[in-house]
Ligand binder design. Structure first.
Ligand SMILES: [Zn+2]
Length: 375
């Protein structure tokens, strides 16, 4: 495991010995470049039984990060449970109680896709709290960026409903928390999960302080995410949907990032960037029909990190959403962390052997640029 926040050697102030002063400056520099990850076995207690969103997903990620030696380069940040008041920044008190009661009764199905066990309420509190800790660590300068490796995922959950494997909307809660606590003027959320984050869009649809940008397969679950859904009232233009046809791969995603996401982010000038990092658009994923490779996820991470460095002092926190092929998921999370660390990323799975041919998304990109008046 890597070092832990709070135990850094920051006490080596100069005492007249040059080598100590020197080592302090090196240490300080390394501290400034630290990348954190949030993980705790509590996330395994959300037991979904026969399901694609299973505890084995996180176990596969952690095992791979250990095996490849990456955890020794990272700082482990221990999560805390979100408080009910923090969850209530996004969800109704009645809904929170329903989740708590369902766990106390041993669990059950909340919608056709979403199931709970006795341990799910606590895991969900820690999932939201895990991303909150990531935000606190980034905002407090403990780490330069952080990745919350948590479950259950969150971006489909709305104020009063569980949906699509999600109980509490972790990224919406952490964003609301950051707006409140740090009085940030603007936060950018980038959601590259293959599904549209309907719950996140809904939470901030009328809020001009939050820009939500989503790439997603469309038409597809959950049905929302049309280009015309662009924000309400004073928030018009702060909701950017990029609905992509099935079969898009690295080239199409990079085009969309470079031509839409980068200029939109540069115009919005966020003070913090949060990311719904879903890896179910990998070509090997069983749920969707996209063709992204591990290399492609690394390239997306490069662009996002570049935006954070350029626009908001590098302040970047990611949270895990989907990704259901365990090998692809683990390698893609590692590639993302490698980029944050400045390592060369590798791709053990390679490119898809299926050939859909390049999807023609040029007209779609032009239309989105027109709607959002992007250069
Ligand atoms: Zn997804």
């Amino acid at each position: 495991m890597g070092g832990r926040v709070g135990k850094k050697r920051t006490d080596k102030r100069g005492v007249g010995q040059h080598h100590l002063v020197y080592s302090y400056s090196i240490c300080y520099h390394q501290t400034a470049m630290t990348v954190g990850y949030i993980y705790d076995p509590i996330y395994l207690k959300h037991d979904t039984g026969q399901h694609v969103e299973v505890a084995a997903r996180l176990e596969a990620i952690i095992a791979y990060l250990e095996k490849t030696g990456l955890t020794s380069q990272l700082t482990l940040i221990e999560p805390r449970p979100a408080t009910v008041d923090e969850i209530a920044l996004v969800h109704t008190r009645g809904y929170i109680k329903e989740i708590e009661d369902t766990a106390r009764e041993g669990g059950g199905w909340l919608d056709p896709d979403t199931v709970m066990s006795a341990g799910s309420y606590e895991a969900a509190l820690y999932a939201a709290g895990g991303l909150i800790r990531a935000v606190e660590a980034v905002m407090g300068g403990e780490v330069s960026s952080a990745f919350a490796l948590v479950r259950p995922p969150g971006h489909h959950a709305t104020s009063g409903y569980a949906k699509g494997f999600c109980l509490f909307n972790n990224i919406a809660i952490a964003t609301s928390y950051a707006l409140d606590k740090y009085k940030l003027e603007r936060i950018l959320i980038i959601d590259f999960d293959v599904h549209h984050g309907n719950g996140t869009q809904e939470t901030f649809y009328d809020n001009p302080r939050v820009m939500y940008i989503s790439t997603h397969q469309y038409p597809f679950y959950p049905g929302s995410g049309d280009i015309e859904e662009s924000g309400g009232g004073a928030a018009k233009g702060t909701n950017i949907n990029i609905p992509l046809p099935a079969g898009c791969g690295d080239a199409e995603y990079l085009k969309v990032f470079e031509q839409i996401i980068v200029p939109a982010a540069q115009r919005f000038k966020p003070r913090l960037i949060l990311v719904s990092a879903g890896y179910d658009n990998h070509w090997a994923d069983p749920l969707a029909m996209m063709e992204v490779s591990v290399t492609g996820f690394g390239q997306m991470a490069e662009i996002i990190k570049g935006l954070a460095d350029e626009l908001c002092g590098g302040r970047l926190a990611l949270t895990l959403e989907g990704g259901y092929n365990l090998d692809a998921l683990a390698a893609s999370v590692k590639a993302t962390l490698d980029v944050l660390l400045g390592n060369n990323a590798s791709d053990p799975l390679g490119q898809s052997s299926r050939s859909f041919g390049a999807a023609d998304i040029d007209r779609l990109i032009e239309t989105i640029k027109e709607i959002h008046k992007l250069p």
